[in-house]
Design a protein around this ligand. Structure first.
Ligand code: NDP
Length: 330
């Protein structure tokens, strides 16, 4: 038997979350059984935990949690043996397949990545999809020529999960980091992570008035989308890139093509869900080497399974600072 946060529909068709005990036989099919140690909370988890499942969950009862880390308990796949430490993000786990908000998960071996040396399962979940995606964005910007010598890098939605990890990694790599936040009270936190400039959200929230503004940013990691990303495109330096990661501020992109045509800027799409294994391994390796654990610790709050419904609602309202680590055994 194991404990899980089960999402079930009530008589009105609204999903409700309850911590319950389940038998291993209730788990979905898969070739690796993982004793989950930690999971986490991402924006997408907030959607899955909502009363409608956010359009991501289609069948109930369901176990949410798009990320998990733990120890292999049993494996039918030669790549994994009992005792191996593993991490899982993406692949629609927690949406279409039962996820990490449980003490056990049965998953496909193809979805797993061996935990890199130097990371604990707890640290891996402090990183989670949000931090993993922040690293993918850093790597994409580097692949398109970003170096610290090119100038200041902008991070939007900076006090959130993706933003916090992006700020910490970029600062560690020697970048000047400008952090956009709508929460002025997070300034000390963001400076602690390595931000060198704080920009109020309102300064970038207006829709594009002029397609080109002064060239300011050597790159951007954008968790917000919408009018803010459109505005940033017109402020990128010649040949610079923005990595589009999220839509916390909206999915529309009310932009002009002029920055692409006259400044050769790039808009790089970042997807963490279907990343091939080799890229995942490379990104986790970079996380282990380039993300200072002391800064990661400064971003974390720990939660139990029972606290997740309230935290899910909070993350959808942009009220969660940094990263939440879920101790599924607490
Ligand atoms: P968080 O809620 O932790 O962070 C989002 C941050 O965006 C908030 O903390 C807030 O930062 C800012 N924000 C919220 N609402 C608005 C708004 N209306 N206008 C401007 N800024 C706003 O979420 P995550 O960091 O987990 O995820 C961020 C985004 O990235 C989400 O859209 C998520 O779906 C996406 N994502 C995409 C992935 C991919 O594979 N492409 C993977 C992971 C996440 P502040 O208070 O500092 O302003």
């Amino acid at each position: 038997m194991f404990r899980a946060l089960i999402l079930e529909k009530d008589a009105d068709g609204q999903a409700m979350a309850v911590v319950k005990k389940l038998d291993d036989a209730a788990l979905p099919d898969g070739d690796v059984l993982v004793a989950v140690e930690y999971s986490t909370l991402n924006y997408k988890d907030g959607l899955c935990l909502s009363a409608t499942g956010g359009g991501l969950v289609r069948t109930w009862p369901h176990v949410a949690g798009i990320d998990l880390a733990g120890t292999v308990e049993a494996s039918d796949d030669p790549r994994y043996r009992p005792g191996d430490k593993v991490v899982l993000t993406g692949w629609r786990v927690g949406e279409a397949h039962w996820g990490g908000y449980a003490q056990k998960a049965r998953v496909r071996a193809d979805w797993l990545v061996p935990l890199p040396t130097g990371l604990t399962t707890r640290a891996a979940m402090a990183v989670g999809t949000a931090g993993f995606t922040a690293m993918l964005a850093v790597m994409a910007l580097e692949d398109h020529g970003l170096t610290p010598a090119r100038g200041e890098v902008l991070v939007t939605g900076a006090a959130g999960g993706v933003g916090s990890v992006a700020v910490a990694i970029l600062a560690q790599l020697g970048y000047q980091v400008a952090a956009v936040t709508g929460r002025p009270e997070t300034e000390a936190y963001l400076r602690g992570l390595g931000a060198t400039r704080i920009i109020p959200r309102a300064d970038l929230a207006e829709t594009v008035k002029r397609p080109l503004e002064s060239e300011v940013w050597a790159g951007c990691i954008d968790a917000v989308g919408g009018a803010m990303l459109a505005r940033v495109l017109g402020q990128l330096k010649y040949n610079a890139s923005a990595a589009a990661v999220g839509l916390a501020g909206g999915a529309a992109l009310p932009a002009s093509v002029i920055p692409f045509l006259l400044r050769g800027v790039n808009l790089l799409g970042i997807d963490s869900v279907l990343k091939p294994f080799a890229d995942r391994q490379r990104a986790w390796g970079r996380i282990a080497s380039d993300l200072p654990m002391a800064k990661l610790d400064a971003m974390i709050r720990t939660a139990t399974l029972a606290e997740l419904p309230a935290l899910g609602a909070a993350i959808l309202q942009g009220q969660v600072q940094g990263r939440v680590v879920v101790d599924v055994n607490a």
